[in-house]
Design a protein around this ligand. Structure first.
Ligand SMILES: *[C@@H]1O[C@H](CO)[C@@H](O)[C@H](O)[C@H]1NC(C)=O
Ligand SMILES: *[C@@H]1O[C@H](CO)[C@@H](O)[C@H](O)[C@H]1NC(C)=O
Ligand SMILES: *[C@@H]1O[C@H](CO)[C@@H](O)[C@H](O)[C@H]1NC(C)=O
Ligand SMILES: *[C@@H]1O[C@H](CO)[C@@H](O)[C@H](O)[C@H]1NC(C)=O
Ligand SMILES: *[C@@H]1O[C@H](CO)[C@@H](O)[C@H](O)[C@H]1NC(C)=O
Ligand SMILES: *[C@@H]1O[C@H](CO)[C@@H](O)[C@H](O)[C@H]1NC(C)=O
Ligand SMILES: *[C@@H]1O[C@H](CO)[C@@H](O)[C@H](O)[C@H]1NC(C)=O
Length: 398
């Protein structure tokens, strides 16, 4: 192996320490192949000798190898991906020998720290399913082998040869009503919580602070999108919750109701839409109705007996609908932060914001997939008139 190749391997390993978090601030995703770890360990010893005999080596070293693994999915701005952090670093070692030695020693130190932490990770988990040396196929696999496994971070196999440390929820989560053992084993793929200090919105979403709430809003008259990767894991169920807010005069599903050619790809709703794949397959829609009590087709479908609209066939019954406006008139052009949407609370008598038992949704897909989950905020009018915003996005797959 050439010295340059060794160098790249070492840098690859050290790069894994800056991959960042995949599902929010609380979970560090570590992504490195077992093969790489073994190669690096073997090369470490040889490198000590070579360090002193290869001082003529001169090259800028840039590394972008991590790109394909720990994916660059935007999980809400909580994430600094490995490639953007690492690619921005150009190592200039075209200097003198002393600098090269100093630099290599620094790399050596980083790598040793990294190996230590990986070894800790390996030792603390022994060889159980979900350890670095014995990554699981998915979280339910771990629970199946170790029924007493607790929720926490485990190593799972993502693309072949690569392992990722992800958060597994081993308890019953969401609205999926099985008991422990059948219900647990969910992998968290999104965890945006705008109440955390310094949490950012996904790129393209407007960060809004009003009445002490920080929220992520949409853009005028269109859908804006972000995606959450499953890190290559196969899943056939999705569950989670979104807590949002209404601004102004949201129109529910009126856009589709007044023109039934409007497709899932456009603003068929004022709300938030979860889909996967291309063409988009629907998972769940979070509808922001106009108000809780009037009898018009821009309210929630279950609001009144006089609702006469036809719902988009592509959403079926897989939606929540809620409004924060409790009076039968135009909502004010302001953030209605007193009443969160899709939390199943704050409904006036007779309204239906508890349809489908929010806040947790649970959806079985028609076939297993590794698709990323796409989240869109869709609006049919300008944000001076209406907006739909989220504060919490928590998504799991199984
Ligand atoms: C986010 O992570 C950083 C680094 O681990 C930590 O210092 C900080 O306290 C965390 N913030 C929150 C709100 O958890
Ligand atoms: C690399 O780091 C290890 C562990 O800290 C140390 O024993 C070794 O001497 C270092 N090698 C070089 C060439 O700095
Ligand atoms: C090394 O980096 C410097 C500064 O970015 C650049 O000017 C130089 O051309 C690079 N050398 C090589 C061989 O790429
Ligand atoms: C890289 O090193 C060369 C040689 O010492 C130096 O001339 C050059 O300015 C350095 N480039 C950067 C970007 O530091
Ligand atoms: C969001 O973060 C806040 C502050 O860290 C925490 O108290 C709260 O439980 C979190 N909520 C969710 C749903 O994760
Ligand atoms: C999870 O892993 C188990 C054990 O390998 C496997 O039987 C099951 O099909 C996997 N589930 C999915 C959704 O791939
Ligand atoms: C969804 O899938 C789970 C696990 O396969 C099953 O127990 C449950 O009955 C399914 N729910 C529906 C509504 O099909």
């Amino acid at each position: 192996m050439s010295y340059a190749a060794i160098f790249c391997l070492l840098l690859l390993l050290s790069a894994t320490s800056v991959v960042g978090t995949v599902d929010g601030n609380d979970s560090t995703t570590e992504c490195v192949s077992q093969e790489e770890l073994a190669s690096v360990k073997a090369e470490m010893e040889r490198r000590v000798d070579q360090l002193h005999s290869q001082l003529h080596y001169r090259q800028n070293v840039t590394v972008g190898i991590l790109k394909d693994h720990c994916s660059s999915t935007n999980t809400g701005g909580a994430v600094e991906t490995g490639d953007t952090v690492f690619m921005s670093t150009v190592f200039n070692i075209t200097q003198n020998d002393a600098d090269i030695i100093a630099y290599l020693e620094k790399v050596n130190q980083t790598i040793n720290e990294r190996l230590d932490s990986l070894e800790d990770s390996i030792n603390s988990n022994d060889n159980k399913a979900g350890s670095f040396l014995n990554p699981a196929h998915n979280c339910s696999h771990i629970l199946h082998q170790h029924p007493q496994a607790t929720s926490g971070h485990y190593w799972v196999q993502s693309s072949p040869g690569y392992v990722v440390k992800m958060f597994c929820d081993m308890e019953r989560v969401c609205g999926c009503d099985e008991g422990r053992g059948e219900g647990g084993g969910w992998v968290r793929v999104a965890n945006i919580n705008m109440t955390r200090p310094n949490e950012n919105c996904p790129a393209g979403f407007r960060k809004v602070t009003d009445s002490g709430k920080t929220m992520c809003g949409g853009q005028s008259s269109r859908c804006i999108s972000t995606t959450f990767s499953s890190q290559g894991l196969l899943y056939s169920r999705v569950c989670g919750k979104i807590i949002g807010y209404q601004f102004g005069r949201t129109n529910g599903l009126l856009q589709y109701i007044s023109d039934n050619t409007v497709s899932i790809d456009t603003s068929f709703v004022d709300g938030i839409v979860l889909t996967h794949g291309s063409p988009r397959a629907h998972i769940w829609t979070f509808v922001a109705g106009h108000d809780q009590i009037s009898t018009i087709n821009e309210d929630c479908p279950c609001n009144s007996n006089s609702f006469s609209g036809t719902l988009p066939p592509y959403i079926g019954n897989d939606y929540f609908c809620d409004s924060a406006h409790t009076v039968n008139n135009q909502p004010p052009l302001s953030y209605l932060t007193n009443d969160p949407l899709w939390d199943g609370a704050g409904c006036v008598s007779g309204s239906c914001c508890t349809f489908n038992s929010p806040p947790w949704f649970c959806k079985n897909l028609s076939a297993p997939t590794t698709d990323a989950i796409e989240l869109r905020i869709c609006l049919n009018d300008g944000i001076d008139d209406e907006d739909v915003l989220f504060e919490i996005v928590e998504l799991y797959v199984q």
